[in-house]
Design a protein around this ligand. Structure first.
Ligand code: PSU
Ligand code: MN
Length: 304
């Protein structure tokens, strides 16, 4: 029998009443943002979800328990660097639960937990994807595999330009994951509003997004998720020249320091945050807030 995740009372009650819930990941807090700032962002993210009329459900593994919906004290633990949380994809959930490990869930781990808990909408920053040079390294984020068979709507700002965006979109197509642009015809590149890649499907309001989710879930076979790509708000977009410079030096640093596996994303994020004197940090925070707000609006539409 499948063990249920530990769903907080508030989240469980809301789901039972057919209300709107938005799943949130903890890796972006524990491994994507610096200590201190991460705790501030955790509160802001939950506040934005509530302001839009939904209940936030942050996911993490604490003392070997898969938690959906965290208390402020549990968020403190997630954001405290002394907690030494492990980064957990879906494949890591079993070991972490059995061995009593504390861990932060990625998009893959969070989407899996959301699905188990009966939550269909998830807001985050960026999705993992196909890394540049994946032909040799085989580094393709498990986020893509999990989206292929987990019926959760993921609202994000595309993928970072440190990835191979074209290859990432190809894998999403192969996986039969619909990709929707939110008020855009271009796939966003995290810090930048646009990549050179187009998206085929565009929605212009939360109701349209919800209608696509409903049609996909009720009239299309398979268990694929959906990606709703929401560009970073224009006023928070990173300067393109600064972005291009940091991207070049960041890629060089990865090669020089032989960074591999699950360390790649955190090292690159830190490179951007340090090299942009915090500008990328502001960008990161604002795109997450914008995505979770949109996720909450779609969740409210779906709960109607
Ligand atoms: N992209 C970001 N910030 C992040 C991540 C991705 O801009 O914090 C995190 C997410 O949790 C995502 C994970 O699921 O990195 C992907 O890691 P990997 O590439 O190791 O699969
Ligand atoms: Mn990887």
């Amino acid at each position: 029998m499948r063990t249920r995740p530990r769903v907080s009372t508030e989240v469980a009650d809301t789901l039972a009443a057919g209300g709107a819930v938005v799943a949130l990941e903890s890796t972006l807090l524990a491994h994507g943002l610096p200590a201190g700032r991460n705790r501030v962002v955790a509160d802001r993210v939950e506040a934005v979800v509530r302001a839009a009329g939904a209940v936030p459900a942050t996911v993490a593994v604490l003392d070997g328990r898969l938690m959906v919906g965290l208390t402020p004290a549990q968020l403190d633990r997630v954001c405290d660097p002394d907690s030494n949380l492990v980064k957990l994809g879906r494949r890591d959930l079993g070991p972490a639960i059995a061995l009593g490990t504390d861990g932060a869930t990625t998009v893959a781990g969070t989407a899996a937990a959301a699905d188990l808990a009966g939550i269909g909408v998830f807001g985050t920053g960026g999705l993992g994807g196909v890394h540049r040079g994946a032909r040799d390294s085989w580094d393709v984020s498990a986020d893509l595999r999990v989206l292929a068979d987990t019926p959760v709507l993921v609202v994000c700002s595309g993928v970072k330009s440190v990835l191979d965006i074209g290859a990432t979109l190809e894998v999403l197509e192969t996986s039969s994951v619909p990709v929707l642009g939110y008020r855009t015809d271009r796939f966003p590149a995290f810090y930048l509003r646009e990549s050179e890649h187009e998206v085929q499907w565009r929605v212009d309001d939360p109701a349209q997004a919800a209608a696509v989710v409903t049609a996909h879930r009720t009239q299309v076979p398979g268990r694929a998720g959906i990606l709703l790509a929401n560009p970073i708000p224009a006023e928070h977009e990173l300067d393109r020249d600064l972005h291009d410079r940091l991207l070049a030096t960041g890629l060089r640093r990865l090669a020089d320091e032989r960074v591999r596996g699950k360390d790649v994303t955190p090292v690159l994020l830190d490179h951007f945050h340090t090299g942009s004197a915090g500008a990328s940090l502001d960008a990161n925070e604002h795109l997450v807030l914008s995505n979770v707000a949109l996720a909450a609006e779609v969740a409210v539409e779906l709960a109607r």
